[in-house]
Design a binder for this molecule. Sequence first.
Ligand SMILES: Nc1ncnc2c1ncn2[C@@H]1O[C@H](COP(=O)(O)OP(=O)(O)OP(=O)(O)O)[C@@H](O)[C@H]1O
Ligand SMILES: CC(C)(CO)[C@@H](O)C(=O)[O-]
Ligand code: BAL
Length: 384
Amino acid sequence: MLQLLRHQLVRRACRSSSARFARVIPRCSPKPAARDLSTTVPLRSSAFAPQTQIFHDVAGLRQLRKDLLLNNRTVGLVPTMGALHEGHLSLVRQAASENTDVFVSVYVNPTQFGLNEDLASYPKTWESDMRMLHALDRELASLSHGRVSAVFAPNTKTMYPTLPPDSSIPGVGSFIEMRPLGQLLEGASRPVFFRGVATVCMKLFNICAPDRVYFGQKDIQQTVVIRRLVKDFHLNMEVKIGPTQREEDGLALSSRNVYLGLRRRNVGIALNQSLRKAEEQYKSGKRKRGDILWPAMAHADRIQLEQDSMDPAKRARFEVDYISLADPVTMEELEEMDETRGAILSGAIKMLPVESPRDGEELGVGGGLIPVRLIDNIVLDPVA
Ligand SMILES: Nc1ncnc2c1ncn2[C@@H]1O[C@H](COP(=O)(O)OP(=O)(O)OP(=O)(O)O)[C@@H](O)[C@H]1O
Ligand SMILES: CC(C)(CO)[C@@H](O)C(=O)[O-]
Ligand code: BAL
């Protein structure tokens, strides 16, 4: 019904505004326009011409969104915190294959960082982010896919018009929360995290009005929270999840990996190895929590002990926060799996600061002093 209304709105709008938008892939206007009155929609005279417009404020982006809607084009939104890598780009590619236009938001959202977390040191790589998006946009042009039409990079005054944004647990401000979903697992260790994520995503969705939103499976609980947000607040958009992009040995790509340095990076793979051991149990027919999780716990314990007993100049110590077998919709822990429903295996470890750095050792951004939280997961698909 909504789709029908939307269609009618677009068709009505197209009839009355074809001249204005005729230079923008004019799907509903066969005649070339006499004049281009649009100030926001880029020319598409050459498919290879740079397309991406950068917005720091809401009004310009909203105008572009309106213009696109009136031209019957679709928008896929990829929310990010910048420091882009192949994981982000894979989501943009997916969005471009399913929409005519892709919006990428770049905003390090303060309300999802606890007061003692790494907000201040979160990597900021604006120039290289833009270079990557421009290069990807050129690649998309040659594939005749959708293009990266907009990068939305607001400041905090724009995102939180009633300042200041509060990251304390009592939290003064306007927030969205999912309970208990947002308090489990990542939420137990980062108590304001999902409140901040749900709140900023609601703002981004309201500003961008996307047809589809794209999130990575790497942050699996976040995808569950977003699905819940869209369902419970009747948001008119589809949630799409892209697969986790990994290094060759299985380490999930993550913006925070730049802090690891070689020593911690090589040990950090223990999390993925542990989860894969649990997955093997599921594949071999095990359905009880203990049977599935014990080899994962045992593997993580073994690597931890190995590291603890090594020379401080060589080791990379870590703490296991959790290894979980949870329901795919509620994220509540399972004692036994219902194989028709599937489950989510997930885990988090904290890589501790590097001890006794050696001369010339590659320690990563921050000189090995910043603790790094690594998360990963494997979806156990339902058995048909
Ligand atoms: N390896 C990956 N594969 C697929 N998607 C990813 C990957 N890493 C991040 N994403 C997705 O990109 C989007 C933006 O994530 P974000 O900017 O926080 O990057 P990040 O690498 O997850 O950073 P962080 O170090 O904070 O975890 C999220 O939907 C996230 O799930
Ligand atoms: C979804 C998000 C951009 C919200 O700030 C962030 O949590 C992230 O990058 O995954
Ligand atoms: N990738 C999720 C954002 C965060 O960890 O803060």
